[in-house]
Design a protein around this ligand. Structure first.
Ligand SMILES: O=C1C[C@@](O)(C(=O)O)C[C@@H](O)[C@@H]1O
Length: 131
């Protein structure tokens, strides 16, 4: 809780800073700023606090997750980008802080290359949003 409000942390991993220009046929035309603005609006309508971070660095994402343990974060929404399919370390960070998380992907990873079907997060996520 943050100032009496439920608090959500939204983490976007590598290459998601390029949303809007990156392979728009897969990821669409909305920028990360657009996505964050609509998340902010949604949080306001729910009287919740929201914070956003994006990084292309695995360690920076892990450090932010660790900080969430003591900054009042109640839940995390994470799009780990390419780290979805590789990162035991980000998985361990999420499990280590014991904050419930939702896994989110802009594209439907299950309709793409077979190696995108495996996620290090899905079995521990409270919910999964794809596509
Ligand atoms: O970077 C990304 C974005 C992604 O997480 C998505 O949002 O659809 C899917 C991943 O496979 C990919 O590496």
């Amino acid at each position: 809780m943050l100032n009496g409000k439920k608090s959500v942390l939204v983490i976007n991993g590598p290459n998601l800073n390029l949303l809007g220009t990156r392979e728009p046929q897969i990821y669409g035309h909305e920028t990360l700023a657009d996505v964050e603005a609509s998340g902010k609006k949604q949080a306001e309508s729910l009287n919740a606090a929201i914070d956003f971070m994006q990084s292309n660095w695995e360690g920076a994402i892990i450090d932010r997750i660790h900080a969430a343990r003591t900054d009042g974060t109640d839940g995390i929404v994470i799009n780990p980008g390419g780290f979805t399919h590789t990162s035991v370390a980000i998985r361990d960070a999420l499990l280590g802080v014991e904050i419930p998380f939702v896994e989110l992907h802009v594209s439907n990873v299950h309709s793409r290359e077979p190696w995108r079907h495996h996620s290090y997060f899905s079995d521990k996520a409270k919910a999964i949003i794809v596509g």
